[in-house]
Design a protein around this ligand. Structure first.
Ligand code: ACO
Length: 400
């Protein structure tokens, strides 16, 4: 394009960078990624170490406050979250307005948006106390709302949270428990869910986190900003990919296509078919989260009686892709979503819940990034420029 013309029109240069491939919009101390080397660290701690030892609540504390908690700090934080998991009864009625077939992701986004109306005493983004209150409210209530969205889709009654259970256990009981019946949480399933939540907890300036920041940059409250992030995560190129992976594996299975033939379709870009769960804007190497998930998928699926045939198709697709020039040249490797869906399915979740589980995991990251932005004196309202390609000035002739 004509840079001189653009310069005279804008009074200076603008950067034309579709998809922000090379534009850093923020300075952040939360998460470090080296996409070429396949490194991911939260506040400096390698994801592999956190995944081995930490609890999700501990990781949430680390992301939000910048340091690992002491035992006392962790106990206090955990206690605050456990004792704020209930939602206002009127918020439960809100769910009955949605059609039963509603996808739980937009239901969750709407319910989180509605938190601004139910908890209007914690909306000021520059009041330290109110920010603390909305942080705890989101961390504690989002799993409850997510479980209610799930119950709504099944047409089952909603349960009250049980605060003697930990984060993952309470959520599993809310999803799979039935009133008046004891529900024994399987510790192995809870442990696996804890691990998957940790792996999703933050990923620097991805689409949904950038959305949370962009919305928050107008001083919109934390509930409104996070609700926007949930909607961004819903898309199949982002969090929705875990659901798309399972649909892809299922259709390969049901149509009896061989993984080899499916790969040909992908490479020929037939009907825009992509190998879902592959490729990443930042990772040009194996996604370290996918490595951890893959290592545990086989073990967990065997324990939980998961679908071996779908796992087998996934592994064959991966083997094919890693040895294929198309994928090698483009540096396309499995991302975190490639194997997670198989685990969620083995846990008993239907495909529509997969992205909801991702949202629960990503929540501490959204909160940490939103809070970092609010405290950063260099924050400005997000307002990208454009390169105008429309008509020059025209005369309005009137409709007659
Ligand atoms: N299957 C086949 N080809 C692919 C794939 C894929 N999964 N991903 C990228 N490509 C190809 C593109 O066709 C393109 O090829 P071309 O140069 O011949 O046109 C090239 O690789 C670059 O692809 P882009 O779409 O330009 O890469 P971008 O960085 O914009 O996209 C994205 C990244 C959206 C993740 C992409 O790889 C994709 O669509 N993957 C599948 C969906 C997915 O798994 N998303 C989850 C991402 S991780 C997350 O959100 C948790």
């Amino acid at each position: 394009f004509d840079i001189a013309k653009l310069r005279s029109e804008t009074g200076g240069y603008v950067t034309y960078d579709p998809g922000f491939m090379n534009t850093a919009n923020v300075q952040s101390a939360v998460t470090y990624i080296d996409g070429e080397a396949g490194i991911l660290r939260y506040r400096g701690y390698p994801i592999e170490d956190l995944a081995k030892k930490a609890s999700f609540v501990e990781v949430a504390y680390l992301l939000i406050y910048g340091e690992l908690p002491t035992q006392q700090q962790l106990d206090d934080f955990d206690h605050m979250i456990r004792t704020h998991t209930m939602v206002h009864e009127d918020l439960k009625i809100f769910f009955s307005g949605f059609p039963r077939t509603a996808h739980p992701m937009p239901v969750l986004a709407s319910a989180v948006s509605a938190l601004s109306t139910f908890y209007s005493d914690s909306l000021d983004p520059h009041d330290e106390h109110e920010v603390e209150v909305s942080t705890i409210r989101l961390l504690s209530k989002v799993p409850t709302l997510a479980a209610y969205a799930f119950k709504k889709s099944k047409g089952e009654p909603m349960l009250y949270p049980q605060n003697d259970l930990n984060y993952a256990e309470n959520f599993l009981r809310l999803c799979f428990g039935v009133p008046a019946e004891d529900y024994e949480v399987d510790p192995e399933i809870a442990e696996a869910l804890n691990l998957l939540l940790i792996l999703h907890a933050d990923h620097e300036q991805n689409c949904s986190t950038s959305t949370v920041r962009l919305v928050g940059s107008s001083d919109a409250n934390m509930f409104a900003s996070v609700s926007a992030g949930i909607n961004a995560l819903y898309g199949p190129k982002h969090g929705g990919a875990n659901e798309a992976v399972l649909n892809m594996l299922r259709s390969i299975q049901s149509e009896g296509i061989s993984p080899e033939d499916f790969m040909e379709k992908v490479k020929n870009k037939e009907e825009g078919v992509r190998l879902m769960g592959f490729g990443h804007r930042v990772y040009k190497n194996y996604d370290p989260r996918a490595r951890i998930v893959k290592a545990t998928a086989d073990k967990i699926l065997r324990k939980m009686g998961g679908d071996d045939e779908l796992l087998d198709i996934a592994m064959r697709l991966e083997d094919k892709a890693l040895a294929d020039d198309y994928f090698v040249e483009r540096k396309l490797y499995p991302n975190v979503d490639f194997y997670t869906g198989l685990i969620y399915k083995a846990m008993g979740f239907p495909e529509q819940m997969f992205t909801v589980l991702f949202a629960i995991g990503r929540l501490p990251g959204w909160i940490a990034q939103w809070r970092e932005m609010m405290l950063d004196p260099s924050t400005k309202i997000g307002r990208p420029r454009q390169v105008y390609t429309g008509e020059t000035e025209r005369r309005y002739p009137g409709v007659e």
